[in-house]
Design a protein. Structure first.
Length: 91
């Protein structure tokens, strides 16, 4: 992801923030690592809290980044619905 970002153009932040909130599998990996004694309890706690923050805040930040991207690239007028702007841009 990090190496591809410079080549994604203006959509790099939209794509990046869309991928941040995908922590379901990371919880499983953290639990497996903790049960295999690959990390101590303090590290496990830090990982879980980081995943919780990412899961909660990523959709909120993604919404703002997406709205800014849509407004910039599809020139939506003030007061117009974002979904309507996306439909018009698609046609």
């Amino acid at each position: 992801k990090v190496l591809c970002a410079p080549f994604m153009g203006d959509a790099k932040f939209v794509i990046g923030w869309a991928m941040v909130g995908r922590a379901e599998f990371a919880y499983l990996i953290a639990q497996m690592a903790a049960s295999a004694d690959m990390m101590d309890q303090d590290t496990f706690s830090i990982v879980i809290w980081a995943l919780l923050y990412a899961t909660v805040f990523a959709p909120l930040i993604f919404r703002k980044v997406l709205a800014r991207y849509v407004a910039r690239h599809f020139k939506i007028e003030e007061g117009e619905n974002t979904e309507d702007g996306l439909k018009e841009a698609a046609h």
